[in-house]
Ligand binder design. Structure first.
Ligand SMILES: Cc1cc2nc3c(=O)[nH]c(=O)nc-3n(C[C@H](O)[C@H](O)[C@H](O)COP(=O)(O)OP(=O)(O)OC[C@H]3O[C@@H](n4cnc5c(N)ncnc54)[C@H](O)[C@@H]3O)c2cc1C
Length: 389
Protein backbone atom coordinates (compact mmCIF):
# COMPACT_ATOMS: atom_id res chain seq x y z
CA UNK A 1 0.00 0.00 0.00
CA UNK A 2 1.15 3.51 -0.78
CA UNK A 3 0.64 5.80 2.21
CA UNK A 4 2.10 8.88 0.55
CA UNK A 5 -0.26 11.62 -0.58
CA UNK A 6 1.01 11.74 -4.17
CA UNK A 7 2.93 14.17 -6.39
CA UNK A 8 0.36 17.00 -6.41
CA UNK A 9 0.48 17.11 -2.60
CA UNK A 10 4.28 17.06 -2.56
CA UNK A 11 4.35 20.06 -4.94
CA UNK A 12 1.91 21.88 -2.68
CA UNK A 13 4.06 21.07 0.36
CA UNK A 14 7.04 22.74 -1.31
CA UNK A 15 4.96 25.82 -2.14
CA UNK A 16 3.66 26.03 1.44
CA UNK A 17 7.18 25.73 2.88
CA UNK A 18 8.35 28.59 0.64
CA UNK A 19 5.36 30.68 1.71
CA UNK A 20 6.08 29.99 5.38
CA UNK A 21 9.74 30.95 5.01
CA UNK A 22 8.56 34.34 3.71
CA UNK A 23 5.49 35.02 5.87
CA UNK A 24 6.04 33.29 9.21
CA UNK A 25 8.95 34.99 11.00
CA UNK A 26 10.12 33.74 14.39
CA UNK A 27 8.70 36.95 16.00
CA UNK A 28 5.20 35.84 15.03
CA UNK A 29 5.68 32.40 16.58
CA UNK A 30 7.12 34.00 19.73
CA UNK A 31 4.27 36.53 20.01
CA UNK A 32 1.63 33.81 19.60
CA UNK A 33 3.34 31.79 22.31
CA UNK A 34 3.58 34.73 24.70
CA UNK A 35 0.01 36.00 24.25
CA UNK A 36 -1.70 32.62 23.88
CA UNK A 37 -3.65 34.08 20.93
CA UNK A 38 -3.14 31.61 18.08
CA UNK A 39 -3.98 34.12 15.36
CA UNK A 40 -1.89 36.75 13.58
CA UNK A 41 -3.53 39.20 11.17
CA UNK A 42 -0.49 39.81 8.95
CA UNK A 43 0.05 36.08 8.48
CA UNK A 44 -3.68 35.44 8.05
CA UNK A 45 -4.13 38.09 5.36
CA UNK A 46 -1.13 36.67 3.48
CA UNK A 47 -2.75 33.23 3.67
CA UNK A 48 -5.98 34.76 2.31
CA UNK A 49 -4.17 36.60 -0.49
CA UNK A 50 -2.61 33.28 -1.53
CA UNK A 51 -6.11 31.75 -1.76
CA UNK A 52 -5.37 29.16 0.95
CA UNK A 53 -8.10 30.08 3.44
CA UNK A 54 -10.63 28.85 0.90
CA UNK A 55 -8.27 26.39 -0.77
CA UNK A 56 -10.84 23.56 -0.55
CA UNK A 57 -13.69 25.74 -1.79
CA UNK A 58 -15.18 25.59 -5.30
CA UNK A 59 -13.81 28.13 -7.80
CA UNK A 60 -17.18 29.97 -7.93
CA UNK A 61 -16.47 31.15 -4.36
CA UNK A 62 -12.94 32.17 -5.26
CA UNK A 63 -11.54 28.88 -3.96
CA UNK A 64 -8.99 26.49 -5.49
CA UNK A 65 -11.05 23.27 -5.47
CA UNK A 66 -8.29 21.38 -3.67
CA UNK A 67 -9.14 17.84 -2.56
CA UNK A 68 -9.01 16.60 1.06
CA UNK A 69 -5.53 15.10 0.53
CA UNK A 70 -4.11 18.43 -0.63
CA UNK A 71 -5.82 20.06 2.34
CA UNK A 72 -4.13 17.54 4.62
CA UNK A 73 -0.74 18.41 3.10
CA UNK A 74 -1.42 22.16 3.49
CA UNK A 75 -2.55 21.82 7.11
CA UNK A 76 0.37 19.50 7.93
CA UNK A 77 2.94 22.02 6.74
CA UNK A 78 1.29 24.86 8.68
CA UNK A 79 1.27 22.67 11.78
CA UNK A 80 4.88 21.51 11.45
CA UNK A 81 6.02 25.12 11.17
CA UNK A 82 4.06 26.13 14.30
CA UNK A 83 1.86 28.59 12.35
CA UNK A 84 -1.09 30.16 14.22
CA UNK A 85 -4.22 28.49 12.82
CA UNK A 86 -7.02 28.86 15.40
CA UNK A 87 -8.62 31.76 13.49
CA UNK A 88 -8.44 29.74 10.28
CA UNK A 89 -9.99 26.63 11.83
CA UNK A 90 -12.83 28.46 13.56
CA UNK A 91 -13.65 30.70 10.61
CA UNK A 92 -13.80 27.82 8.16
CA UNK A 93 -16.29 25.99 10.39
CA UNK A 94 -18.60 29.03 10.37
CA UNK A 95 -18.03 29.90 6.69
CA UNK A 96 -18.77 26.33 5.58
CA UNK A 97 -21.91 26.29 7.72
CA UNK A 98 -23.09 29.60 6.18
CA UNK A 99 -22.41 28.17 2.73
CA UNK A 100 -24.61 25.15 3.51
CA UNK A 101 -27.49 26.72 5.44
CA UNK A 102 -27.15 30.53 5.19
CA UNK A 103 -29.27 32.90 3.09
CA UNK A 104 -27.96 34.37 -0.18
CA UNK A 105 -27.52 37.73 1.57
CA UNK A 106 -25.48 36.08 4.35
CA UNK A 107 -23.29 34.31 1.79
CA UNK A 108 -22.62 37.59 0.01
CA UNK A 109 -21.97 39.55 3.19
CA UNK A 110 -19.80 37.06 5.08
CA UNK A 111 -18.05 34.67 2.71
CA UNK A 112 -15.87 37.01 0.61
CA UNK A 113 -14.27 38.80 3.61
CA UNK A 114 -13.94 35.49 5.49
CA UNK A 115 -12.06 33.79 2.63
CA UNK A 116 -9.93 36.89 2.01
CA UNK A 117 -8.73 36.83 5.63
CA UNK A 118 -10.35 40.16 6.52
CA UNK A 119 -12.60 38.83 9.29
CA UNK A 120 -12.66 35.83 11.57
CA UNK A 121 -15.47 34.24 13.59
CA UNK A 122 -15.60 33.01 17.19
CA UNK A 123 -17.65 29.99 18.29
CA UNK A 124 -20.18 30.77 21.04
CA UNK A 125 -21.54 27.39 22.03
CA UNK A 126 -20.25 26.51 25.53
CA UNK A 127 -21.63 28.11 28.68
CA UNK A 128 -20.65 27.81 32.35
CA UNK A 129 -23.22 24.99 32.79
CA UNK A 130 -23.18 23.40 29.35
CA UNK A 131 -20.16 22.22 27.40
CA UNK A 132 -20.42 18.57 26.38
CA UNK A 133 -24.20 18.83 26.67
CA UNK A 134 -24.18 21.93 24.50
CA UNK A 135 -27.90 21.69 23.72
CA UNK A 136 -28.61 22.67 27.34
CA UNK A 137 -27.60 26.28 26.49
CA UNK A 138 -29.46 28.88 28.57
CA UNK A 139 -28.47 32.11 26.76
CA UNK A 140 -31.81 33.59 25.67
CA UNK A 141 -32.78 35.30 22.42
CA UNK A 142 -36.22 36.97 22.36
CA UNK A 143 -37.87 38.52 19.33
CA UNK A 144 -38.47 42.30 19.35
CA UNK A 145 -39.74 43.63 16.02
CA UNK A 146 -37.06 43.05 13.35
CA UNK A 147 -34.44 42.34 16.02
CA UNK A 148 -33.58 39.69 18.53
CA UNK A 149 -32.45 40.61 22.04
CA UNK A 150 -29.73 38.37 23.48
CA UNK A 151 -29.07 37.88 27.20
CA UNK A 152 -26.70 35.37 28.76
CA UNK A 153 -23.11 34.21 29.11
CA UNK A 154 -20.79 32.07 27.02
CA UNK A 155 -17.64 30.38 28.30
CA UNK A 156 -14.42 29.64 26.35
CA UNK A 157 -15.24 31.99 23.43
CA UNK A 158 -11.79 31.59 21.89
CA UNK A 159 -10.55 34.53 19.77
CA UNK A 160 -13.62 36.67 20.62
CA UNK A 161 -11.09 39.48 21.20
CA UNK A 162 -10.03 39.27 17.52
CA UNK A 163 -13.24 38.15 15.81
CA UNK A 164 -15.82 40.34 14.08
CA UNK A 165 -18.74 37.99 14.85
CA UNK A 166 -19.55 35.22 17.30
CA UNK A 167 -21.54 32.26 15.98
CA UNK A 168 -23.91 32.07 18.92
CA UNK A 169 -26.18 29.26 20.07
CA UNK A 170 -29.20 30.72 21.88
CA UNK A 171 -32.45 29.46 23.39
CA UNK A 172 -35.49 30.87 21.63
CA UNK A 173 -38.11 28.51 23.07
CA UNK A 174 -37.78 27.22 26.64
CA UNK A 175 -41.14 25.39 26.48
CA UNK A 176 -40.03 22.52 24.20
CA UNK A 177 -37.45 19.70 24.45
CA UNK A 178 -33.93 21.21 24.75
CA UNK A 179 -32.77 20.34 21.21
CA UNK A 180 -35.90 21.87 19.69
CA UNK A 181 -35.82 25.38 21.14
CA UNK A 182 -32.41 26.61 19.91
CA UNK A 183 -31.50 29.15 17.21
CA UNK A 184 -28.11 30.24 15.80
CA UNK A 185 -27.08 33.87 15.28
CA UNK A 186 -24.10 35.78 13.97
CA UNK A 187 -23.63 38.44 16.63
CA UNK A 188 -21.31 41.40 15.85
CA UNK A 189 -18.83 41.48 18.74
CA UNK A 190 -18.71 45.28 18.71
CA UNK A 191 -22.44 45.47 19.57
CA UNK A 192 -23.47 47.50 22.64
CA UNK A 193 -24.01 45.12 25.57
CA UNK A 194 -21.22 42.65 24.64
CA UNK A 195 -18.55 42.32 27.32
CA UNK A 196 -15.60 39.95 27.44
CA UNK A 197 -12.97 38.88 29.94
CA UNK A 198 -9.80 36.95 29.14
CA UNK A 199 -9.41 33.39 30.45
CA UNK A 200 -5.85 32.04 30.49
CA UNK A 201 -5.66 28.24 30.40
CA UNK A 202 -2.98 25.97 31.86
CA UNK A 203 -1.96 25.14 28.30
CA UNK A 204 -1.04 28.78 27.65
CA UNK A 205 -3.98 29.46 25.31
CA UNK A 206 -5.96 32.62 25.91
CA UNK A 207 -9.71 32.21 25.58
CA UNK A 208 -12.58 34.40 26.86
CA UNK A 209 -15.74 34.52 28.92
CA UNK A 210 -18.30 36.59 26.96
CA UNK A 211 -21.39 38.30 28.36
CA UNK A 212 -24.47 39.50 26.45
CA UNK A 213 -26.71 42.11 28.09
CA UNK A 214 -29.69 43.18 25.94
CA UNK A 215 -27.59 42.80 22.78
CA UNK A 216 -29.73 43.59 19.72
CA UNK A 217 -29.17 41.49 16.59
CA UNK A 218 -31.12 41.99 13.35
CA UNK A 219 -33.14 39.00 12.17
CA UNK A 220 -31.07 38.88 8.98
CA UNK A 221 -28.17 37.63 11.13
CA UNK A 222 -30.16 34.55 12.21
CA UNK A 223 -28.63 31.43 10.62
CA UNK A 224 -31.19 28.71 9.84
CA UNK A 225 -34.80 28.65 11.00
CA UNK A 226 -36.19 29.85 14.33
CA UNK A 227 -35.92 26.92 16.80
CA UNK A 228 -34.00 24.98 14.11
CA UNK A 229 -30.57 25.77 15.58
CA UNK A 230 -29.74 22.18 16.44
CA UNK A 231 -29.76 21.22 12.75
CA UNK A 232 -27.32 24.08 12.09
CA UNK A 233 -25.12 22.97 15.01
CA UNK A 234 -25.05 19.42 13.65
CA UNK A 235 -23.59 20.73 10.38
CA UNK A 236 -21.08 22.94 12.22
CA UNK A 237 -19.95 20.13 14.57
CA UNK A 238 -19.35 17.77 11.65
CA UNK A 239 -17.05 20.34 10.07
CA UNK A 240 -15.26 20.82 13.42
CA UNK A 241 -14.52 17.12 13.82
CA UNK A 242 -13.43 16.56 10.24
CA UNK A 243 -10.63 19.12 10.14
CA UNK A 244 -7.56 17.48 11.62
CA UNK A 245 -4.10 16.59 10.31
CA UNK A 246 -0.74 16.47 12.01
CA UNK A 247 -0.67 17.78 15.57
CA UNK A 248 1.79 19.72 17.72
CA UNK A 249 3.19 16.33 18.78
CA UNK A 250 4.81 15.92 15.35
CA UNK A 251 6.58 19.29 15.53
CA UNK A 252 7.69 18.78 19.14
CA UNK A 253 8.94 15.26 18.35
CA UNK A 254 11.28 16.79 15.74
CA UNK A 255 12.44 19.36 18.29
CA UNK A 256 13.00 16.62 20.91
CA UNK A 257 15.11 14.58 18.46
CA UNK A 258 17.18 17.65 17.57
CA UNK A 259 17.73 18.32 21.29
CA UNK A 260 18.74 14.70 21.98
CA UNK A 261 21.22 14.72 19.09
CA UNK A 262 22.90 17.98 20.09
CA UNK A 263 22.95 17.64 23.89
CA UNK A 264 25.60 15.64 25.72
CA UNK A 265 24.76 13.45 28.72
CA UNK A 266 26.82 13.16 31.93
CA UNK A 267 29.09 10.58 30.25
CA UNK A 268 29.92 13.02 27.42
CA UNK A 269 28.02 11.12 24.70
CA UNK A 270 24.98 12.52 22.84
CA UNK A 271 21.74 11.88 24.73
CA UNK A 272 20.22 10.23 21.65
CA UNK A 273 22.60 7.27 22.28
CA UNK A 274 20.83 6.45 25.56
CA UNK A 275 18.55 3.42 24.86
CA UNK A 276 15.85 4.74 27.21
CA UNK A 277 15.74 8.05 25.33
CA UNK A 278 15.58 6.24 21.98
CA UNK A 279 12.77 4.03 23.24
CA UNK A 280 10.67 7.03 24.30
CA UNK A 281 11.28 8.87 21.04
CA UNK A 282 10.49 5.74 19.01
CA UNK A 283 7.30 5.11 20.94
CA UNK A 284 6.10 8.69 20.39
CA UNK A 285 6.98 8.48 16.70
CA UNK A 286 4.83 5.35 16.36
CA UNK A 287 1.89 7.04 18.12
CA UNK A 288 2.27 10.08 15.87
CA UNK A 289 2.29 7.84 12.81
CA UNK A 290 -0.94 6.15 13.92
CA UNK A 291 -2.49 9.60 14.49
CA UNK A 292 -1.41 10.69 11.02
CA UNK A 293 -2.92 7.62 9.37
CA UNK A 294 -6.19 8.12 11.27
CA UNK A 295 -6.19 11.74 9.99
CA UNK A 296 -5.57 10.53 6.45
CA UNK A 297 -8.47 8.14 6.87
CA UNK A 298 -10.82 11.05 7.67
CA UNK A 299 -9.56 12.76 4.48
CA UNK A 300 -10.14 9.55 2.53
CA UNK A 301 -13.75 9.26 3.73
CA UNK A 302 -14.37 12.97 2.99
CA UNK A 303 -12.77 12.62 -0.47
CA UNK A 304 -15.29 9.91 -1.29
CA UNK A 305 -18.18 12.19 -0.32
CA UNK A 306 -18.77 10.71 3.16
CA UNK A 307 -19.09 12.47 6.53
CA UNK A 308 -16.14 11.24 8.61
CA UNK A 309 -17.80 11.67 12.01
CA UNK A 310 -16.56 8.44 13.60
CA UNK A 311 -13.17 8.65 11.84
CA UNK A 312 -12.74 12.24 13.04
CA UNK A 313 -13.51 11.17 16.61
CA UNK A 314 -11.04 8.27 16.37
CA UNK A 315 -8.31 10.61 15.20
CA UNK A 316 -9.07 13.31 17.77
CA UNK A 317 -9.20 10.79 20.63
CA UNK A 318 -5.97 9.06 19.59
CA UNK A 319 -3.85 12.15 18.99
CA UNK A 320 -4.90 14.01 22.13
CA UNK A 321 -4.60 11.01 24.46
CA UNK A 322 -1.31 9.72 23.02
CA UNK A 323 0.12 13.27 22.93
CA UNK A 324 -0.72 13.68 26.63
CA UNK A 325 1.01 10.41 27.55
CA UNK A 326 4.02 11.04 25.27
CA UNK A 327 4.51 14.61 26.50
CA UNK A 328 4.76 13.20 30.05
CA UNK A 329 7.36 10.65 28.91
CA UNK A 330 9.42 13.35 27.16
CA UNK A 331 9.26 15.62 30.18
CA UNK A 332 10.58 12.79 32.39
CA UNK A 333 13.38 12.23 29.87
CA UNK A 334 14.57 15.83 30.30
CA UNK A 335 15.12 15.49 34.05
CA UNK A 336 14.83 18.44 36.44
CA UNK A 337 15.52 21.04 33.75
CA UNK A 338 12.46 19.83 31.86
CA UNK A 339 10.16 22.12 33.83
CA UNK A 340 11.95 25.25 32.60
CA UNK A 341 9.69 27.25 30.29
CA UNK A 342 10.51 28.93 26.98
CA UNK A 343 12.63 31.95 27.73
CA UNK A 344 13.83 30.53 31.09
CA UNK A 345 17.53 30.48 30.12
CA UNK A 346 18.64 27.03 29.02
CA UNK A 347 15.24 25.31 28.82
CA UNK A 348 15.78 22.01 26.94
CA UNK A 349 14.33 21.95 23.40
CA UNK A 350 13.62 25.67 23.86
CA UNK A 351 10.83 24.85 26.35
CA UNK A 352 8.57 23.31 23.70
CA UNK A 353 8.33 19.96 25.49
CA UNK A 354 7.26 21.63 28.73
CA UNK A 355 4.70 23.61 26.70
CA UNK A 356 3.41 20.46 24.99
CA UNK A 357 2.97 18.83 28.39
CA UNK A 358 0.57 21.61 29.47
CA UNK A 359 -1.07 22.07 26.07
CA UNK A 360 -1.73 18.34 25.46
CA UNK A 361 -4.11 18.06 28.42
CA UNK A 362 -6.21 20.92 27.02
CA UNK A 363 -6.59 19.14 23.67
CA UNK A 364 -8.45 16.31 25.47
CA UNK A 365 -11.16 18.88 26.35
CA UNK A 366 -11.84 21.23 23.44
CA UNK A 367 -13.57 20.09 20.27
CA UNK A 368 -15.36 17.49 22.44
CA UNK A 369 -13.77 15.72 25.42
CA UNK A 370 -12.22 12.25 25.16
CA UNK A 371 -15.25 10.74 26.90
CA UNK A 372 -17.55 12.35 24.35
CA UNK A 373 -15.39 11.02 21.48
CA UNK A 374 -15.48 7.52 23.01
CA UNK A 375 -19.27 7.82 23.18
CA UNK A 376 -19.45 8.69 19.46
CA UNK A 377 -17.16 5.79 18.51
CA UNK A 378 -19.12 3.36 20.70
CA UNK A 379 -22.58 4.38 19.52
CA UNK A 380 -22.10 5.41 15.91
CA UNK A 381 -19.02 3.37 15.03
CA UNK A 382 -19.61 0.15 16.97
CA UNK A 383 -23.41 0.37 17.19
CA UNK A 384 -23.44 -0.05 20.96
CA UNK A 385 -26.57 1.15 22.80
CA UNK A 386 -26.64 4.53 24.55
CA UNK A 387 -26.28 4.23 28.33
CA UNK A 388 -29.71 3.78 29.96
CA UNK A 389 -31.40 2.45 26.81
C1 LIG B 1 -8.76 26.07 25.55
C2 LIG B 1 -10.22 25.85 25.28
C3 LIG B 1 -10.82 26.49 24.19
C4 LIG B 1 -12.17 26.34 23.93
N1 LIG B 1 -12.73 27.04 22.90
C5 LIG B 1 -14.09 27.02 22.74
C6 LIG B 1 -14.72 27.87 21.78
O1 LIG B 1 -14.07 28.63 21.05
N2 LIG B 1 -16.09 27.88 21.73
C7 LIG B 1 -16.86 27.08 22.53
O2 LIG B 1 -18.09 27.13 22.40
N3 LIG B 1 -16.28 26.24 23.43
C8 LIG B 1 -14.93 26.21 23.56
N4 LIG B 1 -14.33 25.39 24.51
C9 LIG B 1 -15.19 24.62 25.40
C10 LIG B 1 -15.12 23.12 25.18
O3 LIG B 1 -15.80 22.75 24.02
C11 LIG B 1 -15.73 22.49 26.45
O4 LIG B 1 -14.86 22.77 27.53
C12 LIG B 1 -15.91 21.00 26.30
O5 LIG B 1 -16.93 20.72 25.38
C13 LIG B 1 -16.25 20.35 27.66
O6 LIG B 1 -17.31 21.01 28.27
P1 LIG B 1 -17.21 21.47 29.79
O7 LIG B 1 -15.92 22.21 29.98
O8 LIG B 1 -18.47 22.17 30.15
O9 LIG B 1 -17.10 20.13 30.61
P2 LIG B 1 -18.31 19.16 30.97
O10 LIG B 1 -19.14 18.94 29.76
O11 LIG B 1 -18.98 19.67 32.20
O12 LIG B 1 -17.54 17.83 31.28
C14 LIG B 1 -16.96 17.54 32.55
C15 LIG B 1 -16.47 16.10 32.53
O13 LIG B 1 -17.59 15.20 32.34
C16 LIG B 1 -17.35 14.37 31.21
N5 LIG B 1 -18.61 14.13 30.46
C17 LIG B 1 -19.49 15.08 30.09
N6 LIG B 1 -20.50 14.49 29.36
C18 LIG B 1 -20.21 13.18 29.29
C19 LIG B 1 -20.85 12.05 28.67
N7 LIG B 1 -21.98 12.19 27.98
N8 LIG B 1 -20.26 10.83 28.81
C20 LIG B 1 -19.11 10.69 29.51
N9 LIG B 1 -18.47 11.71 30.14
C21 LIG B 1 -19.00 12.93 30.01
C22 LIG B 1 -16.38 15.14 30.35
O14 LIG B 1 -15.64 14.27 29.49
C23 LIG B 1 -15.51 15.81 31.38
O15 LIG B 1 -14.51 14.94 31.83
C24 LIG B 1 -12.96 25.50 24.77
C25 LIG B 1 -12.36 24.83 25.85
C26 LIG B 1 -11.02 25.00 26.11
C27 LIG B 1 -10.42 24.27 27.29
Amino acid sequence: MDFSLGDRCEELRTEVREFLAEHLPQETIDRVHETGTAHDWTFYRALGARGWIGAAWPKEFGGQDRDPFEMTALRDELRLAGAPTDGLGQSLIVARTIRHVGTEDQKQEFLPPALAGEIIFALGYSEPDSGSDVAAAKTRATRDGDDWVINGQKMFTTLAHEAAFVFLLARTNPEVAKHKGLTMFLVPLDSPGVEMHPVHTMGGERTNATFYNDVRVPDRYRVGSVDGGWDVMTVALTFERGGFGLSDADRVWQQAVAWAKTTLGDDGTPIIDDPLVRERLASMRINNEVAKLLAYRTSFVAARGGLPTVEGSMHKLWYSESMTADAGELLDMLGAKGVLRRGDGDAPADGWIEHLYRHAAVTTIYGGTSEVQRGIIAERGLGLPRPGR
